[in-house]
Design a protein around this ligand. Structure first.
Ligand SMILES: NC(=O)c1ccc[n+]([C@@H]2O[C@H](COP(=O)([O-])OP(=O)(O)OC[C@H]3O[C@@H](n4cnc5c(N)ncnc54)[C@H](O)[C@@H]3O)[C@@H](O)[C@H]2O)c1
Ligand SMILES: [Zn+2]
Ligand SMILES: [Zn+2]
Length: 361
C-alpha cells in the first residue's frame, strides 16, 4: 500500500520551502523504502531551491540522511528490513565504462529508484540527488542504502551521506593528501571543515583554513586547522604563501565554488601542486585565466564529485573511526531541528550561523 508521509518541497525557484503530504509507493524491484531518522541541511539543497542545479521543480529536498530500511522490493539482496543505513547518491552500476575499468567511484550510471514519489495530486517529485530525505520516509534504489554499525548516532554518521563525505574525500581521495603535506581549504562550511578533518586524518602538516566568517574559522581550528585566514581582511593567496615558506600549498581545496575562490586555489598552490574543486558553481559562472599559467605551474586541477567516495568502502570505515573517537562528526552538528524548520535553517546557513542543522524525523 502506498503511504502518505510529510516531506519538504521546493515548488518554485527561490520560493520558501513547504511541508506537504507526499505519497511513497511500495518498493519495486531493486528498491527500498527507508524510515528516515535524521537528515542534515546541505548547501546543495539551497542550490536546488534556487534553481541552481536544474529546473525540474517540484523538488523533494534533503539528501544527507540515516535511517532504517522499512521494506524492500523484489530481488533486493544488498540490504534487509531493519538494517541501519546511510543513504548515498552513488549506487554504482557495475556496468558503465568507469565501473568496468575498476573506477566505480566515477560511476556514470548510478542507480536511483525507478518509481516516482508524488504530491497528493499525483505531481511527480524530483528527489534531491535522487534521495529526498527531508521526509518521514523515502523511496530509493537499494544500492543507495549503505549498511553501517547500528550503534552509531544517526545524526552524526548521516552527515557522511553528503557534505562531510564530500569534504573528507576531497582531501583524502581526490586531493590524495599525504603525511606532511601542506593543505589550504577555502570556505569552511560543513564541506570545507570536513576537508580539514580529512587532511588531519591523512596526517597533513600545515592545514590552513580560509573563510570570510570568523565563526567558521573558530570551528576550523577545533577540527584541525593549524592556521586560519580571514579572507575578508587578508589576501588569501599571499596568506597561503606566507604560511608555506613563500611557495604555496601542496593541495588547495575550493569548498566555495566561485571563480574568485578557484583562482585563489589555483594561485595559492605550490608548483606541481593540486587544486581540488568541491564547491559547486552556478551555471552562469565563467573562469578566465592565462593558459600559460596553467602550463607553467604544472600539477593537477581536479574536481571532486562526492569526494570521489565509494560508499560501500568509505562509509563503514569512517563510521568505525567515528566510533573509535578518531573522527569528530559530532562537531558538525550545530543544531537539531524539526521538519518545519528547514527554511529557517537555510537562512542560518546563509548567515553563517551553523555548520550543519540536522532535521530529526
Ligand atoms: N562536490 C560535491 O560532491 C559536493 C557535495 C556537497 C556539497 N557541495 C558544495 O560544497 C559547497 C559548500 O557547501 P557547504 O554545505 O559547506 O556550504 P556552507 O554554506 O555551509 O559553507 C560555505 C562557506 O564558504 C564561505 N565563503 C563564502 N564565500 C567565500 C569566499 N569568497 N572566500 C572564503 N570563504 C567563503 C562561507 O562563509 C561558508 O563558511 C556548496 O557549493 C555545496 O553545494 C559539493
Ligand atoms: Zn557504473
Ligand atoms: Zn549535499
Amino acid at each position: 500500500m502506498p503511504q502518505t508521509v510529510r516531506g519538504v518541497i521546493a515548488r518554485a525557484k527561490g520560493a520558501p520551502v513547504t511541508v506537504e503530504n507526499i505519497i511513497i509507493p511500495d518498493p519495486g524491484p531493486g528498491e527500498a523504502v527507508v524510515d528516515i531518522q535524521t537528515c542534515g541541511v546541505c548547501h546543495t539543497d539551497l542550490h536546488y531551491r534556487e534553481g541552481g542545479i536544474n529546473d525540474e521543480f517540484p523538488f523533494l529536498l534533503g539528501h544527507e540522511a540515516a535511517g532504517i530500511v522499512e521494506s524492500v522490493g523484489e530481488g533486493v539482496t544488498e540490504v534487509a528490513v531493519g538494517d541501519f543505513v546511510i543513504l548515498n547518491w552513488r549506487a554504482v552500476c557495475g556496468d558503465c565504462r568507469a565501473c568496468k575499468r575498476g573506477r566505480p567511484w566515477y560511476c556514470f550510471n548510478t542507480h536511483n529508484a525507478k518509481q516516482k514519489m508524488t504530491l497528493e495530486d499525483g505531481t511527480e517529485l524530483s528527489p534531491a540527488l535522487g534521495i529526498g530525505a527531508f521526509a518521514d520516509k523515502t523511496l530509493v534504489a537499494a544500492g543507495q542504502c549503505t549498511k553501517v554499525d547500528p550503534t552509531a548516532s544517526p545524526a552524526a554518521v548521516g552527515l557522511l551521506g553528503c557534505g562531510v563525505m564530500a569534504g573528507i574525500g576531497a582531501a583524502i581521495n581526490t586531493g590524495n593528501v599525504g603525511r606532511g603535506d601542506t593543505v589550504a581549504v577555502i570556505g569552511c562550511g560543513g564541506v570545507g571543515n570536513a576537508a580539514i578533518l580529512g587532511a588531519k586524518l591523512a596526517n597533513a602538516g600545515t592545514i590552513i583554513a580560509i573563510d570570510v566568517d570568523p565563526r567558521k574559522l573558530e570551528w576550523a581550528r577545533g577540527l584541525g586547522a593549524t592556521h586560519t585566514v580571514d579572507a575578508s581582511e587578508t589576501d588569501a593567496v599571499e596568506a597561503i604563501q606566507a604560511l608555506t615558506g613563500g611557495f604555496g600549498a601542496d593541495v588547495v581545496i575550493d569548498a566555495v565554488g566561485r571563480p574568485e575562490t578557484w583562482k585563489q586555489a589555483f594561485y595559492g598552490r605550490d608548483l606541481a601542486g593540486t587544486v581540488v574543486l568541491v564547491g559547486v558553481p552556478n551555471p552562469e559562472m565563467m573562469l578566465e585565466i592565462p593558459l600559460i599559467d596553467v602550463f607553467g605551474r604544472g600539477g593537477s586541477l581536479k574536481s571532486s564529485w562526492y569526494g570521489d567516495c565509494l560508499p560501500s568502502r568509505d562509509f563503514p570505515m569512517l563510521v568505525d573511526l567515528y566510533q573509535q573517537g578518531r573522527l569528530d562528526l559530532d562537531a558538525f552538528i550545530s543544531e537539531r531541528i524539526g521538519i518545519e524548520d528547514v527554511e529557517a535553517a537555510f537562512s542560518k546557513m546563509h548567515k553563517g550561523e551553523v555548520l550543519r542543522s540536522v532535521v530529526e524525523l
